[in-house]
Ligand binder design. Structure first.
Ligand SMILES: *[C@@H]1O[C@H](CO)[C@@H](O)[C@H](O)[C@H]1NC(C)=O
Ligand SMILES: *[C@@H]1O[C@H](CO)[C@@H](O)[C@H](O)[C@H]1NC(C)=O
Ligand SMILES: *[C@@H]1O[C@H](CO)[C@@H](O)[C@H](O)[C@H]1NC(C)=O
Length: 323
């Protein structure tokens, strides 16, 4: 028989390829517009407009307007010289304390740090089944400041080379007794990482992205899988625990003839997967060499669907940290 490992690889492949085909046939309305990356590009545009309305100065926080279909969230922009960001950082940019030693890649002369507070939209754009948010989701994203009219800009890669960036939440919801709140970090590629909360309300990070404080929900009946979240197609243990029952039933239920046919198909898939993963590795090495940010650009720029495809490899993280 085929080993469990190759079996799960096959499922991973099925779950990564099939949804991408499906999502392309969806009309470009509804759920798809709740893509966090699409939101990032909308808010980038609005934050930049806030700066270009003024005679922009560096080191000043400008609050922007959000489109009416995002009422309840806020966006701000802060333009800084790279040198100043590296030498001094910026303390008290809304919830964010940005330490010195922040480097951006590729290097630009001035950066714009865009701040998001998603308010009551937090759990719409950042669904986290089984958890509830005690804080709004806030975001910090870095862009090149050279063109204030730019749309669909790629993020710069932002790294804290000395101390981490701190996110200090002011008002938190009350967590149920005995349930420990956790920081949650959403990177730009669909990855989710949980971390300890410092001093009751502080999260820390080496890089940019979106942050919140969450608690695990209790007395939950089995968590319903998120119906349509293009960003996290392999999340939630599709290849390990969660979906196992369903797959097993289907596996056993198949007729003997079907089983034989399936085994043949699977064998072909295994060979194909091996061949593909060899190629993917090379592809990934190339991507890494070119830096992550430009990939995201192309994805946001072209359409909403490719955005999801670009984020498809990382969500595995979620399994590791949730359980
Ligand atoms: C808000 O509405 C506009 C048009 O009314 C639409 O183009 C845009 O996608 C919507 N934005 C979000 C974030 O849903
Ligand atoms: C958030 O609140 C605003 C009003 O403050 C409302 O217009 C909007 O529909 C709300 N959004 C959600 C997702 O409930
Ligand atoms: C947590 O609180 C202690 C004492 O008030 C302080 O020294 C420390 O810097 C705080 N940590 C952070 C990450 O702010």
């Amino acid at each position: 028989m085929i080993s469990f490992a190759s079996f799960s690889v096959i499922f991973a492949i099925l779950f990564t390829t099939i949804p991408s085909v499906k999502s392309q046939s969806l009309p470009p309305t509804g759920e798809i517009s709740f893509s966090p990356r699409f939101l990032d590009s909308v808010l980038q545009d609005h934050a930049f407009r806030a700066i270009s309305r003024h005679r922009p100065r560096t080191g000043v926080v400008y609050d922007g307007n959000v489109p009416s279909n995002l009422t309840g969230s806020t966006v701000s922009a802060l333009r800084l010289r790279s040198g100043s960001l590296r030498k001094r950082g910026f303390h008290g940019y809304k919830e964010f304390d940005i330490p010195k030693g922040i480097l951006e890649d590729p290097y630009v002369e001035r950066v714009i740090l865009v701040y998001h507070n998603l308010g009551n939209w937090s759990s719409v754009y950042y669904r986290l089944p089984g958890y509830s948010f005690l804080s709004p989701v806030v975001g910090l994203l870095a862009y090149n400041a050279v063109d204030l009219t730019a749309k669909g800009l790629p993020e710069l890669d932002l790294r804290a080379s000395e101390n981490p960036i701190l996110v200090k939440f002011e008002t938190l919801g009350v967590s149920p007794d005995g349930v420990l709140p956790k920081c949650v970090f959403f990177d730009l590629f669909g990855g989710v990482v949980f971390d300890r909360v410092l001093n009751r309300s502080i999260c820390s990070s080496e890089t940019q992205g979106h942050f919140g404080i969450v608690v695990e929900e209790r007395n939950q009946s089995p968590i319903p899988a998120p119906p349509k979240v293009p960003e996290y197609p392999i999340a939630g243990g599709e290849s390990t625990g969660g979906g196992g029952g369903r797959k097993k039933g289907w596996w056993i239920g198949g007729s003997v003839a079907g089983g034989v046919l399936l085994a043949a198909v699977l064998a072909i898939l295994v060979l194909w997967v091996r061949w593909c993963s060899g190629r993917k590795k090379i592809g990934k090495m190339k991507d890494a060499a070119e830096g992550g940010a430009p990939l995201a650009v192309a994805a946001v720029g072209r359409a909403k669907v490719p955005v999801a495809m670009g984020t498809r490899t990382k969500p595995v993280l979620e399994n590791e940290y949730v359980s």
